[in-house]
Design a protein around this ligand. Structure first.
Ligand code: MSP
Length: 692
């Protein structure tokens, strides 16, 4: 049996997942399910990336140790994937990989040692010790060159990462380097001789031109004294491994590279090389660093790296927790069938390209393609078989003269034509699937749906049923619809496992469609006389107005319930306090809080303080106040200038990073990260006005 190994990126264990993370995992799950149907011995990996300075900082902000923090996030992430039935018990991933697993430490140390022992294609040592001097972005876990950061507007401040808009860290320390500069030619040779190694083509070209522009050696360790939350460098515990060396290696350590435990349970030789599905944001690490590390250690390269596009919000911004524009998984789970979410991920966005999405597009897609399309075809076919054929699959044979007669009456009941159309669509479907063109593959399926729908509408079974002479035509038409639906259920299984199984069960099938190879489908598999189950709504219509109202209400409640002060908000979970008697305050107590309308006059970052912004705010007093707020990760200074805000004006001043803060700016805070949203006014209001 041939094997097939597919991976998603392992997600950073610093925040909870959103649809962007679910997206790659759903696609990988769908691919592995189809490969299983086609008889492959499959292995599917997803998981969490748990080391590095960013995680260390996220943990500190939550008052947790790094291990407590990653346990918490990895647990929540795995739980979330399970709620979307992506776990093993539902036929999904085989391993939820965690880079804090001891077997991973063992495997990655082995990879390091093997790489260190080898020689580069130019005969040098692949790993050497040197000194690193430069800028590092904790959120990207990457060192930044000049063209990758923005110079600060104020003298003496660190530059900003162009992707995350956060201050970079200055690094000047001893470091191990990977001699990436020696691998340019070998990598180019790999891209040339294996055109399918990096896909799609646009991404491949991007990688080739980057490599051609010259590669620099890569710093692959940090001093333990500056980043302690990492895997120690073998034989030099003063250093921890660069998080990407550690993270990328998970793809092989999970299946047994360099450790006996996983080797026994899974088997490296059995599954490697695999294919990696990733977002285009991490292409360079997968298409350049990873193959170079493997070349150094003498390990076979992956079969393919496929980089998909990013999910964007309606303003074309990447969906991310930092911006707060994510499609949230608990809301998806509450308001949509899992299969509708899966279908949407594969159909709505062309895999490989960016795609704008939101709750409303999801509702529209589910209603048009699933409720009105597939769901309606299935339910009308089932109920007509119930009504006109006593709930049993009817006989399909139609004497030729009757078929010709029917044709003259506009009823296309030619089994040959329908069977050939189905075979053609099935082959196209599979070919597109193999190319990762899921959206086009699904278009093929919906063409079948349209064709069968038309056949039924043209034949008008409710009229045929009135004429005993037409009995055979009626039966033949309904048989053809039912048999087509059987094909659809097999083809659609990887995309919508539960709905497809429900369809197959409705048509009396007792074979598990998870193991039916669509290639083997043959016309006529559905036996006459099979009992059809009662019609059930597979995809009930989603009431758009009501659902959007409920979604928006939840989002606003989440924001409102987390009324933490901005300065502390970033580090606190947004759990609403229980409404106990003792929580109630007297109006006189509330009146003690002096809340005033303010307007931000100036705003700037504070050197070496990632989270803080320093403002001067006019609250109607002779002199503006200086106020500090911990919102720098969410608001840029520029977007704050001129804003009306709510200021708590009677707090005693306090010092933060050497600056006196004379008040507090109010904000809602929500989500796992405690994302702040500044309170403001939509109508004109003078500075200094009191809030009561
Ligand atoms: N930990 C690294 C990956 C290491 S792999 C050895 C990492 N993690 S991540 O959590 O930041 O994001 C990983 C992946 O999440 C992206 O490449 C992509 O697959 C998915 N997505 C996160 N946000 C996304 C969108 N807005 N849109 C689509 N996918 C995105 O990078």
């Amino acid at each position: 049996m041939s094997s097939f190994y597919i991976t998603t990126p392992i997600y950073y264990a610093n925040t909870l997942p959103h649809l962007g993370h679910l997206y790659t995992t759903i696609v990988a799950d769908c691919v592995q399910r189809q490969m299983k149907q086609r008889g492959f011995d499959t292995y599917f990996l997803t998981g969490t990336d748990e080391h590095g300075v960013n995680i260390e900082r996220a943990a500190r902000a939550k008052g947790r140790t790094p291990k407590e923090h990653v346990d918490h996030i990895a647990g929540a992430l795995e739980q979330m994937f399970t709620e979307f039935h992506l776990d093993r018990s539902h036929g999904g991933f085989d391993i939820f990989m965690r880079t804090t697993e001891p077997f991973h430490y063992e495997g990655v140390s082995h990879l390091w040692r093997e790489a260190a022992k080898g020689k580069t294609p130019k005969g040098n040592d692949p790993i050497y010790k040197g000194h690193y001097e430069g800028w590092f972005c904790a959120a990207c876990a990457a060192f930044k060159t000049e063209d990758e950061y923005a110079r600060p507007t104020t003298e003496g401040q660190p530059p900003l990462c162009l992707i995350h808009e956060i201050s970079l860290d200055r690094i000047s320390e001893e470091s191990y380097f990977f001699r990436l500069s020696d691998y340019g030619d070998a990598l180019l040779e790999q891209y040339e001789s294996n055109p399918g190694f990096v896909r799609p083509d646009g991404r491949r070209n991007e990688v080739i031109s980057f490599v051609k522009s010259g590669l620099q050696d890569l710093s692959i360790s940090r001093m333990k004294s500056s980043v302690s939350w990492g895997i120690p460098v073998p034989d030099d515990p003063d250093h921890t491994m660069f998080v990407w060396f550690d993270a990328l290696s998970n793809y092989i350590t999970a299946i047994g590279y360099g450790n006996t435990e996983r080797q026994r349970v899974v088997g490296f030789e059995r599954f490697w090389p695999g294919i990696h599905l990733i977002g285009k944001d991490i292409l360079r690490q997968h298409a350049i660093y990873w193959p170079a590390f493997l070349m150094a250690a003498g390990v076979e390269l992956p079969k393919m790296v496929f980089a998909h596009g990013l999910l964007l919000d309606p303003q074309n911004r990447k969906m991310s927790k930092t911006i707060g524009n994510t499609v949230e998984l608990p809301l998806l789970r509450e308001h949509f069938p899992i299969d509708a979410v899966r279908y949407f991920c594969l159909r709505e966005v062309v895999f490989g390209q960016d795609g704008k999405i939101g709750y409303e597009t999801l509702i529209d897609r589910a209603n048009s393609d699933l409720a009105s399309g597939l769901g309606n075809l299935v339910s009308r076919t089932v109920s007509m078989i119930q009504k006109y054929c006593g709930g049993l699959v009817p006989n399909s044979t139609l004497p030729e003269e009757k078929y010709l007669l029917a044709k003259r009456n506009g009823v296309d009941a030619d089994p040959q034509a329908l069977a050939s159309a189905l075979e053609f669509s099935r082959d196209q479907f599979l070919a597109h699937f193999e190319e990762f063109a899921f959206s086009r593959a699904l278009e093929q399926v919906w063409q079948i749906i349209a064709r069968v729908d038309k056949m039924l509408s043209d034949a008008k079974p409710w009229i045929l049923a009135k004429d005993e002479e037409q009995r055979e035509v009626l039966q033949a038409v309904l048989y053809r619809a039912a048999e087509s639906i059987r094909w659809l259920s097999v083809m659609l299984y990887p995309v919508m496992p539960e709905a497809s199984r429900a369809i197959a069960a409705q048509f009396g099938s007792n074979t598990d469609i998870a193991t039916v190879d669509p290639v083997t489908l043959q016309w006529g598999g559905l036996s006459a006389g099979t009992t059809i189950a009662e019609a059930q709504a597979l995809f009930p219509r989603i009431d758009k107005a009501k659902t959007m109202e409920a979604i928006n209400r939840t989002r606003m409640d989440a924001a409102a319930q987390s009324g933490e002060s901005v300065a502390e908000a970033v580090s606190v979970d947004a759990t609403p306090a229980p409404k106990e008697e003792s929580n109630l305050i007297d109006i006189a107590d509330f009146a003690k809080v002096e809340l005033r309308v303010g307007q931000v006059l100036t705003a700037e970052r504070i050197p070496k303080a990632d989270k803080l912004l320093r403002f001067t705010v006019d609250i109607g007093e002779p002199e503006p106040r200086q106020i500090l707020a911990g919102i720098a990760q969410y608001y840029s200074p520029e977007e704050m200038i001129g804003r009306k805000v709510v200021v708590v004006a009677n707090l005693p001043p306090r010092k933060l990073r050497g600056f006196e803060s004379q008040g507090m700016i109010c904000a809602a805070s929500y989500g796992e990260e405690g994302r702040p949203v500044i309170a403001t006014f939509t109508e004109d209001v003078p500075n200094g006005a009191r809030l009561k």
